[in-house]
Design a protein around this ligand. Structure first.
Ligand code: ADP
Ligand code: MG
Length: 658
């Protein structure tokens, strides 16, 4: 299969959408962030090749095929397009270039400008003798492709005249025989697909590459003229208004009925207006580029007006030298050739998606209100609506929309910040539990070692106490020993609890009854009022009763100890979706801000020596975590800000599932 005329060089596309913007027919599809040319929609104008700064668009090369022809037994004729002085501006005498082409292996070099002379005559007749019908010039293959593919209804308005290239081909075969092979050399790669009548088409760019690869240079000693027939004014064809100048018509509104348009988007506008009425009154002379001298097969660097000047100077030279009589004779001879051309419509318009679908896409892009339609053009489409249509057709992507992509980026940054924050919290929690784990190990070791000697002390001091007489003064000391040893046992017990292996044995429990029992097992002074608020839909929850009892009693003890002057202890039981929320609230002294970080650290206590162990909250923390729950604290110490007191809230799953 032949490579398509214009194609994408894989992975070179940097997604700037310039090609999408410059493509007059939107024949560029975005696939996974790469711009791809859709061959069937492409008109070969070469805009994408011209504008891509990354070299990600290329056109099919014919260099090897041309060498094969030259190496064959055939006579090979180069048909040189009249725009050559614009490309080879450093070769001041055209005869040097002709000699170079001979050196390359061409047997003859013929001017396509002569074909242009013939074609111009035909146009003159067509324009002067129109019979009410108006035409679009058909010498530019990209324009012809555009009309046949995108305005099929206008195909019979394409001037039924061969292009200068094809006309020249017919002249060559007439003059030099049907066997000669013809290579067109010009500024435009759409010529490669214009006509089957030409054997190969090279661009000037390709020719320049061949010259340098083969080391062929202009040599003053080596000059050769074109082979006949020689051209006349047709050499001016490639600059815009060329056709008009050759047929002595003007596009002055007052006098003429020819409208000249070149380049995107002018030619599109002109065709649209032609379709909408101008076709009854005017002819269109159209060139897809700003004249063939700016064609995509020219090397990139050239400047438009300098190129025009080069062409002008060359034509001037030619006209000074021309043998008018001979030229007229040639025009008359070859003018009798059949120079007609037929064009066929081949519509490639995609079926327009429904409004519903387009609206859906617009919604997806966040374009709901009229003011959301920025029509900034960054995506390559003129309007947000056109971009949405292309998306609905499956040839554009949402990422092409800059405002949409920026918005998406902002969201990602926010999400990232959020997950960073979560990560920081998780790291903090991990640090805490690591600390607890190592504390646990240490305390388990110590507690285990202390338990035995403590047992001995308790046992013997109890025996001694029992043996001592009631009035024995030693008895009081022994009572103190027993009491303090008991206290030590309490601490050691706490340490062992704290270090207990992480196992939760859940059983179904009536939480309301359970809370009531927990309050009963704590000594509550008379000046403290207790209230339990049960707001649960169902009181049944799954908990490890032993562990959860420690949680509640420890929270309640802390609350009581925070209200030395009396107050109110409240317990709230609430549903929180699938979770249970238990709040223990007191009206005590509150927790100063600076202590809030340390509450769950083992051995942190603010209570007097011998009163607190500082193990309660760290134990609670561990148990709540093992229940896959959370513990939160809210407290106020400042009466100026409202009633003082503290609220510990634990939230854990209601059911067994882990
Ligand atoms: P302990 O009660 O042995 O001091 P905890 O771990 O139970 O150890 O509590 C640690 C510290 O947290 C307490 O010493 C106290 O300063 C503070 N605290 C805990 N609960 C309350 C509360 N309800 N009101 C005020 N302070 C509290
Ligand atoms: Mg405590």
């Amino acid at each position: 299969m032949k490579q398509s005329l214009v194609y994408t060089v894989k992975n070179k596309c940097r997604v700037c959408f310039t090609c999408v913007r410059e493509c007059p027919v939107k024949a560029i599809k975005m696939v996974n962030g790469q711009a791809e040319v859709m061959a069937e929609r492409c008109i070969g104008c070469g805009n994408c090749v011209k504008v891509c700064s990354q070299g990600a668009k290329a056109y099919r090369k014919s260099v090897q095929a041309v060498f094969d022809l030259i190496d064959s037994s055939h006579e090979v004729v180069a048909a040189l397009a009249p725009s050559f002085p614009a490309e080879f501006d450093y070769i001041k005498d055209y005869r040097l270039l002709v000699a170079m082409l001979h050196k390359l292996g061409f047997d003859k070099v013929i001017e396509v400008a002569f074909g242009a002379d013939l074609v111009a005559e035909k146009y003159k007749k067509l324009v002067n003798n129109q019979g009410g019908k108006h035409y679009i010039t058909s010498d530019c293959p990209a324009i012809v492709n555009y009309v046949t593919k995108y305005h099929p209804d206008l195909v019979d308005h394409l001037a039924p005249i061969a292009s200068p290239m094809v006309a020249t081909k017919r002249v060559i075969h007439e003059k030099y025989g049907e066997d000669v092979k013809i290579v067109f050399i010009g500024p435009c790669f759409a010529k490669k697909e214009e006509s089957d009548e030409i054997d190969e088409a090279l661009t000037f760019g390709e020719l320049s590459e061949i010259f340098s690869a083969k080391g062929i240079k202009a040599d003053e000693k080596d000059k050769k003229d074109f082979d006949p027939p020689f051209s006349g004014k047709g050499a001016i064809f490639p600059v815009s208004r060329g056709l008009m100048q050759t047929i002595d018509k003007t596009d002055d509104i007052a006098e003429g009925n020819i409208i000249v348009a070149e380049g995107r988007p002018d030619f599109k506008d002109a065709i649209r207006e032609f379709e909408n009425g101008l076709k009854n009154t005017h002819h269109l002379e159209l060139l897809c580029c700003d004249g063939c001298i700016m064609g995509p097969g020219m090397s990139k660097a050239g400047k438009r007006y300098i190129r025009r000047t080069e062409i002008g100077q060359y034509v001037q030279q030619k006209l000074n030298r021309i043998d008018i009589e001979q030229w007229k004779k040639d025009v008359a001879t070859f003018g009798s050739l059949d120079l007609s051309q037929h064009f066929e419509a081949e519509s490639v318009e995609l079926e327009k998606p429904g409004e519903e679908k387009i609206r859906e896409v617009l919604f997806q892009l966040g374009k709901v209100k009229p003011e959301d339609h920025l029509n900034c053009g960054a995506c390559g489409y003129d309007t947000c609506y056109e971009h949405a249509v292309a998306m609905a057709e499956g040839i554009a992507e949402s990422e092409m929309c800059l405002p949409y992509t920026i918005e998406k980026l902002h969201n990602s940054i926010n999400n990232l910040n959020l997950s960073n924050e979560k990560l920081a919290n998780a790291r903090e929690a991990l640090k805490q539990s690591e600390k607890l784990a190592s504390m646990g190990q240490l305390s388990a070791g110590i507690a285990h070692e202390l338990n035995n000697p403590l047992g001995v002390i308790t046992m013997y001091s109890n025996i001694l106490k029992d043996e001592a007489k009631t009035d024995d003064p030693i008895r009081e000391d022994l009572e103190l020993i027993v009491e303090q040893a008991d206290r030590c046992k309490g601490i050691v017990g706490g340490l062992l609890n704290f270090a207990r292996k992480n196992q939760v044995k859940k059983t179904e429990t009536n939480l309301y009854q359970f809370a009531k029992r927990s309050v009963e097992s704590v000594i509550i002074p008379a000046n403290i009022e207790v209230e339990i608020h049960n707001e649960l839909e169902s009181p049944n929850v799954a908990i490890d009763k032993d562990q959860m009892m420690q949680v509640l009693t420890n929270l309640e003890k802390n609350a009581v100890e925070a209200m030395p002057g009396g107050g109110k202890l409240e317990i709230f039981l609430r549903d929180q979706q699938q979770m249970i929320e238990v709040t223990v609230k007191d009206s005590g002294i509150g927790i100063p801000e600076e202590n809030k970080d340390k509450l769950f650290t083992p051995f942190f206590t603010t209570k007097a020596l011998g009163k607190g162990t500082g193990l309660g909250l760290s134990l609670i923390y561990g148990i709540v975590k093992m229940h896959r729950g959370k513990i939160m604290v809210d407290s106020n110490t400042d009466i100026a800000k409202g009633p003082t007191g503290t609220e510990f809230k634990i939230v854990f799953p209601r059911t067994f599932e882990e």
